[in-house]
Design a protein around this ligand. Structure first.
Ligand code: NDP
Length: 336
């Protein structure tokens, strides 16, 4: 955040309480509010600023408009011993994820590989919580989801994909997992939104303005422009894969379909999430942890290399208050 942007210091418990109170006040029941507030507070704790309290005003708008069911009760269905489908009942994703991940990890523990297909949910957060929760249970995790169009496929000037995030975690017993969590966009929409709000530029290649011209003005990209995939046609292909996994395979809306049923209240879009769990104990067998650790240690020891996730884990280690955008805190308090 810019040094010029006024902030308010909030402790981690205060952040969670603020989020939970707002959610309770806007139609969530205890279970839904608690799960969503935990996820947002974890994002602020880790310095995932674009997926913490920043997401709350739009989420509350979707509760007010009735698009999101604040009293959702996710229901699971076993398709096979290795495939679980979970209907999130049009609720916020965190409750469905908190319910589904332990079931998925158990299935992968016996089957070696298992999938969790979440339907009918509103995903508005980062994707590392679900894969880290799998890694904590000794599983390799991979997750992806879609939203509504905001990213142009390689070669196009109009949005067709969402910024299609994908996350991956590999457990390291006794240590933080190897984990990455990234949009397949050159920059996540939340990051572009924060840059637009704070009057910052973004690097070249991040997006086009409303006329399809390249720009570094975050506001022009955010307001009517379009974000581009990372890595040109390669990022475009990965974004396509994510649409096929999180919508095609899950049996929920593709980004271009989700926008047609959205009420445009500015909040998250309905859709699915694909989560894959793999047991290294079953698949690689004894010694897998030492073998993989040695590889990651070699990688990390190379000059100039830092492992993804390390910035967040360093932030997590601090219990100090977090500096939250003052305007955001004031507007949330006004909503209470
Ligand atoms: P970043 O580009 O900031 O980071 C992507 C990954 O790369 C992170 O794991 C990060 O680790 C790692 N990383 C960053 N810099 C380095 C470096 N120098 N060396 C090694 N690794 C590095 O994230 P994005 O902007 O792409 O995405 C931000 C968030 O937006 C994600 O959490 C994503 O899930 C979320 N998102 C959610 C959507 C939804 O619909 N729910 C839609 C789109 C995005 P670290 O965190 O430790 O820096």
């Amino acid at each position: 955040m810019s040094e010029k942007t006024p902030t308010i210091e909030l402790g981690l418990a205060q952040i969670e309480e603020l989020a939970k109170s707002c959610l309770l006040n806007h139609g969530c029941d205890e279970a839904n509010a608690a799960a969503a507030a935990r996820t947002m507070a974890a994002a602020e704790r880790d310095g995932s600023e674009s997926h913490g309290l920043f997401r709350l005003p739009a989420t509350l708008a979707s509760l007010r408009s009735g698009k999101v069911n604040g009293r959702a009760r996710p229901v699971e269905e076993s398709l096979t011993p290795a495939a679980i489908r979970l209907d999130a009942d049009r609720g916020l994703a965190p409750l469905a994820i908190e319910m589904g991940v332990p079931l998925l990890a158990e299935a992968a523990k016996t089957m070696g590989v298992a999938v969790l297909l979440i339907r009918n949910s509103f995903h508005f957060t980062a994707l590392w919580p679900e894969v880290e929760a799998l890694a904590e249970r000794g599983m390799v995790g991979l997750a992806c989801t879609v939203h509504t169009p905001m990213m142009a496929p390689f070669g196009a000037k109009k949005a067709f994909f969402s910024t299609n995030p994908i996350s991956f975690a590999y457990p390291r017993p006794g240590r933080d997992p190897y984990v990455f969590d990234m949009a397949t966009a050159a920059k996540a929409r939340g990051e572009v939104g924060i840059a637009a709000r704070d009057g910052h530029e973004v690097p070249p290649g991040v997006g086009l303005d409303a006329d399809g011209n390249p720009t570094t003005d975050a506001k022009k990209i955010h307001d009517g422009g379009v974000i581009l995939p990372f890595g040109g046609y390669k990022g475009s292909a990965i974004a396509t894969m994510i649409e096929l996994l999180a919508a095609g395979l899950v049996g929920d809306y593709f980004s271009y379909e989700a926008i047609k049923v959205d009420n445009r209240d500015g909040g998250p879009a309905i859709g699915g999430e694909f989560i894959l769990a793999m047991s290294p104990q079953v698949l690689a067998g004894p010694g897998w942890a030492e073998h993989s650790d040695a590889f990651l240690d070699e990688l990390e020891a190379m000059e100039g290399v830092r492992l993804p996730g390390q910035r967040r884990f360093a932030n997590r280690a601090s219990t100090a208050p977090r500096h939250i955008n003052a305007e955001l805190v004031t507007s949330l308090r006004d909503l209470l």
